[in-house]
Every structure is written in C-alpha cells, then in structure tokens.
Design a protein around this ligand. Structure first.
Ligand code: PHE
Length: 461
C-alpha cells in the first residue's frame, strides 16, 4: 500500500457531475434516439423506463456500494469482498467490456470532432437532411478522416485520465454538464415548435407533433424479444452499468455521501437527457420526413437541419457539437478509467504507462471498427460488421450479464448487513424501501435479466 492518499472526488456536486458525466454521453444523444427510431419509438421508451427503474437503479446502488466499501477498482473490489473466489472475474469481464465499448465509442466521438470542424467552416449551410445524410455516409466511409479524428479524441481522453480524478475528470464535468442540459432544452423547444412543413405546392411534408406522438405513444405491436433486449442493453449502456464504471467511481466517493440519493439523481438526469434528446430529434425527423429508422447517422443528419431553422444557427450548431463532444469525453474517460484503475492497482503499472498502454490498444481496436465502414466493410460476424459486433456484444451481452452478476453478488455473496451499512452510511441515513430494493437485487433483477437472455438466444419461448 502506498502512503499517498487515494485520489477522489472533492464535493457532492463533483460526484454527481462525474457520475452523470459518465452516464450522459453518446448513449443519450446518439444511440438512444436511433435505437428508439429503429425499435418503434414509444414502445421502446416504455420498456427502457421499466428497465432503468426496476433493474438499473438497484444495480447502480450495488455498484456504488461495492466500490465505496472496498475503495478499489472493478477487479480489486471483488477480490477484497470475496477473496480467493472466481468473483473477481466479473471485474475482468468489465475491463474487457471497457475495451470493446471504448473502441467504437472513440470512433463515434471522433465523428463529433469532424462535425465541430464542419460547424466552424459553416459547411451545413443550406443543406437539407437528405444532403446531410449523404455527407455523413461519405464521411464515415472514408478510410482516413474518421480515423484521424478518432485518434485525436482518444488522445484527449488519455490526457484527462492522466490528469487524475479531482483535477481531470471532476473539473471538466462540473462546468460543462449544466450547459449541455440547457442547450438540449432549447433545441427541443425549437424542434417541437417547427409545426407543419408545407411544400411550395401546398403539400404537407410532415409535422413536428407526429414526432412527439412517435416518441410517447407506445405501439405495443412493435415489441418483440429483440426490442426488449435492445432496451435492456440500452438501459445498462446509458447508465454506465454492468462493467464496473460505477464501482470504480464509487471508490472515489467520500464516506458521508448518500449513495442511494446519488444513484437516483444520476439515473434521473441520464433518463431525462435521453428523453430530451428524443424530444429534440423526433419532431424534426417527422417535420423533415426523414425515416426514423435511419440508424447511426440519425442525429448527424437531422440536428444540423434544425439549427438552420434557428436565428443564430451558426452559433447553435457549433455550441451543440462542442458540448456533444464533451459529453462523449466525460463518458470515454470513465470507460478508460476502468481499465487504467485496474492496471495501476492490480498490475502495479504507473498511471502514465497504464493510460498509454490501454489507450493505444483500445484505439487500435477502434481503427478496425472505423474501417468497418470502409475497407473492412465485408468482414462480418453473424451478419454484423466489426463496429456493430463490438456494440452488440458489449451492450446487449457483457453489460447485462455483468449487471446480473453484480446483483447476485450483492444479494447473495455480500451479507445483507454489509450492504445495508454501506448504503446507509452505518445506519446514519434512513433507507426508505430498503426491503424492496434488496428484493429486486436478490431476485427480480437477476431473474429478469436471465429471462430476457434465454428468450433472445431462443432457449425460451
Ligand atoms: N453511459 C455512456 C453513454 O451513455 C457510455 C458508457 C457505457 C460509459 C458504459 C461507461 C460505461 O454514453
């Protein structure tokens, strides 16, 4: 053990900002809208809510408890609570998930940098969504440009992680998260108020209200097992759960913090921002009559079109893409931190070296993801290219399985009193609904996740 005090968050707001900074990212602004678009809108949203509240929240509390109780990284935490058992493997799986997620995450984050550049040179001016979509596809299928930005983004991520917790991660998130929030609200208002889109010949092209209907009116006929699995995966992905990010961040939280309250606040903010992103995007999607199922290019082709309809569009576009990139950055640092904390604490490699080794290997994997939109287009696994495989396997499998193991660990391996004492700061705060939370962790969450899996691999139903 070194005598230097372990780095950590300095304030309560810093904890929320950092944990919400990890949670809020591409998952909310890029992935949620396009997944909702592909999975029937309202029906997906409803399932997503159910998973966040019933499974996400209790798993998040478990992760916070495991992290703060042990003051350790994702692997070390399990080693310290259940020494000489294979439970540490849950943490190893988390580190593997961090590698996989960050590989494609770095690519999409790189796209946001290209879009900042395009915003600066005012390249979106006069372009309609169709042209924007074409431009997006041309850009991602270029073998060099996206890789250039991806490498740039990963370098930024590594620099913040080298800076450490208080000075790096906390400072950036505290300042920028609130601004992002305000901006999305403003864009949402503009998008909803677009109204009817009438062509010169008097034809109705689309109406923004239909976007709200799409997002909030569930069409239950759209629900099948793939939609359920996507919603579960998205809940884990968006809340940064199931791979030890929240364990790692929990380990930096002070002993007097109310973990249950923090978990609720983070989950609330994260969900709110996903919904607001939906409100910003879908009304415009319907106004411009863009197919909501367009996929990963959705926000990149629709948002710049909204900004064109706003006074001061140039500034809005630029501000949005800058904050979008920052939201991605505060999540990517949390992904890298999982791996770095493991390398420094378990493998005793110094922080600088650990950051460089992990960032370089993740970036290399990411280059393959990026190239799967161009030269590696034909490499596929079960019909998915490299990029989609990384996303699908990590979000829909590793994270929910990780979450299931974390719930089982908290509910069955840790003693109830251990869990209770850490959550209630040794009984100094009252934990309302403790029994229900504990019941969900022990039974409901693991069983629900198992059922979704068995169905999705065809072993049930
Ligand atoms: N929650 C982040 C987002 O929504 C992504 C993430 C997943 C971060 C898992 C950390 C761990 O963008």
């Amino acid at each position: 053990m070194s005598s230097k005090p372990r780095d950590g968050f300095s304030s309560k707001f810093g904890v929320i900002a950092a944990a919400a900074g990890s949670a809020v990212g591409l998952g909310n602004i890029w992935k949620f809208p396009y997944e909702a678009g592909q999975n029937g809108g309202g029906a997906f949203l409803l399932l997503y809510f159910v998973f966040v509240i019933l499974i996400g929240l209790p798993v998040m509390m478990s992760e916070f408890v495991i992290g703060r109780k042990t003051n350790a990284n994702a692997v070390g935490a399990f080693k310290s609570l259940a020494p000489k058992t294979p439970w540490f493997f849950t943490g190893v799986m988390g580190v593997a998930a961090a590698f996989m997620i960050l590989s494609f995450y770095g690519v999409v984050s790189g796209w946001t940098l290209e879009y900042i550049y395009l915003a600066v040179i005012n390249a979106f001016k006069g372009q309609n969504p169709e042209q924007l979509s074409k431009g997006f596809n041309e850009f991602i299928s270029n073998p060099i440009r996206p890789v250039f930005w991806q490498v740039g983004f990963m370098t930024l991520t590594a620099l913040v992680v080298i800076g450490g917790i208080k000075n790096g991660i906390e400072k950036i998130t505290k300042l920028l998260m609130p601004i992002l929030f305000l901006l999305i609200v403003v864009i949402g208002i503009r998008s909803v108020s677009l109204g009817a889109n009438i062509s010169e010949s008097g034809e109705v092209i689309g109406h923004s209200y239909d976007g709200l209907k799409f997002l909030f009116k569930p069409d239950f006929s759209k629900i099948d097992i793939d939609v359920v699995l996507d919603a579960l995966g998205q809940a884990f992905f968006s809340l940064s759960l199931g791979m030890g990010t929240i364990i790692t961040y929990g380990s930096y939280i002070k002993k007097d913090n109310n973990l249950k309250k923090t978990a609720i606040e983070v989950a609330f903010l994260d969900t709110l921002i996903a919904v607001l992103a939906g409100v910003a995007i879908f009304p415009a999607v319907f106004y411009f009559n863009v197919p909501p199922t367009e996929g990963p290019g959705l926000v990149f082709s629709v948002l710049p079109s909204i900004f064109q309809k706003m006074a001061g569009g140039y500034i809005w576009t630029l501000a949005f893409f800058v904050l979008f990139a920052v939201a991605a950055l505060t999540s990517s640092i949390s992904l890298l931190e999982v791996a770095v904390a493991y390398f420094t604490e378990e493998l005793k490699i110094n922080r600088l070296k650990a950051t460089i080794i992990t960032a370089v290997s993740i970036t290399a994997l990411g280059v393959a993801c990026s190239l799967s939109n161009s030269v590696l287009k034909d490499v596929s696994f079960f019909g998915r290219n490299i990029f989609d495989t990384m996303d699908h396997v990590s979000s829909n499998f590793l994270l929910p399985i990780g979450g299931m193991l974390i719930a089982i660990f908290t509910g069955w391996v840790m003693k109830q009193s251990e869990f209770y004492n850490e959550l209630s700061n040794n009984g100094t705060i009252k934990i309302k609904l403790f029994k229900s939370i504990y019941f969900i962790i022990r039974f409901l969450a693991p069983v629900a996740i198992a059922i979704v899996f068995l169905y999705s691999v065809g072993l049930l139903g």
